[in-house]
Write a new protein. Structure first.
Length: 292
């Protein structure tokens, strides 16, 4: 099942267990998150590009994306291939107090969202793969039985268990020679992404962005394209579609209202854009999701 805790932009957890994409659904996606995303891949083929480095998508792959870290997925669906994954996206500061009782785990938790990670993707998770799967499945089994008041506590316990399992995998890798890096810097591209996150529902004007960031329009465009491989306008469109998917699957808002909320006053244009990127109309996508 999938679950979003409250408003995605405020309350901080989006969870899914063994979500499947088939028939060229989500063939190519490009996005980042306000918080951390931990992605466990059960089935699938394709490539993932993070920080301009290409990774092959394989079953058993564990990916940890830090706040605002762009990741570009290109999936292969030949011969009936399915992309199946479990994921959680959350705001790390909202759950940090639950880790403070365990100093070593707390240090690891902070490092995973603040540190300069040597790699975002881990392969060959070995015996820990079954443990990670069990942690996701446990929350999935519990969610239907929990009251609203109980969910936050259950999310916290889930994250503690998840990070404990990830730490075992990570420690094995660092023992194999990966360095313990320093804290990452808040690069200019992250400032650009922060601005986009605050303003993507408004009409985009490059001059306004550049002025707000105290950079020239050319420099802003060049920095972003160099770091991500796409233009700012392309990314904003992808971000709007990504938000519309969330609203379609977690609310009953009319499609015309969703179009307005993501910054597209013309609902016909929104439907056309959505179909170009997702291969189906917003209405068809919502119906398919509801059946699933």
């Amino acid at each position: 099942m999938s679950f979003v805790a409250g408003n995605y932009s405020e309350v901080p957890l989006h969870f899914a267990y063994k979500r499947k994409s088939v028939n060229y659904e989500h063939k190519e996606t490009f996005h980042s998150h306000l918080g951390v995303e931990i992605l466990l891949i059960h089935q699938g083929k394709g490539t993932m590009i993070v920080n301009n480095i290409r990774y092959d998508i394989k079953p058993g792959m564990l990916c940890i994306f830090q706040p605002y870290q762009l990741h570009h997925l290109k999936l292969e669906y030949d011969e009936g291939q399915c992309f199946e994954r479990s994921l959680v996206t959350f705001e790390p500061t909202m759950f940090e107090s639950y880790f403070e009782k365990w100093p070593s785990l707390h240090t690891f938790y902070r490092f995973m969202y603040l540190g300069e990670l040597p790699v975002p993707c881990l392969y060959d998770t070995g015996d820990e793969l079954h443990i990670l799967d069990a942690v996701y499945k446990s929350l999935d089994d519990q969610l239907p039985m929990l009251s609203e008041a109980e969910r936050y506590e259950e999310f916290s316990l889930f994250l503690v268990m998840l990070y404990r399992s990830i730490q075992h995998v990570w420690d094995q890798r660092t023992e194999a020679g990966l360095p313990k890096p320093a804290l990452r810097q808040n690069h200019q591209v992250e400032h650009i992404l922060t601005w986009i996150e605050a303003n993507y529902t408004l009409p985009f004007r490059l001059d306004d962005m550049a002025k707000s960031l105290h950079l020239s329009p050319y420099h802003v465009s060049h920095l972003f394209k160099e770091a991500t491989g796409i233009s700012i306008s392309e990314y904003i469109m992808a971000r709007r579609v990504h938000q519309s998917v969330l609203l379609l699957t977690t609310t009953k808002k009319p499609i015309s209202l969703i179009a307005e909320e993501i910054g597209l006053a013309n609902s016909s244009y929104f439907c056309k854009l959505f179909k170009q990127r997702m291969g189906t109309t917003p209405h068809q996508y919502r119906k398919k999701w509801a059946r699933a």
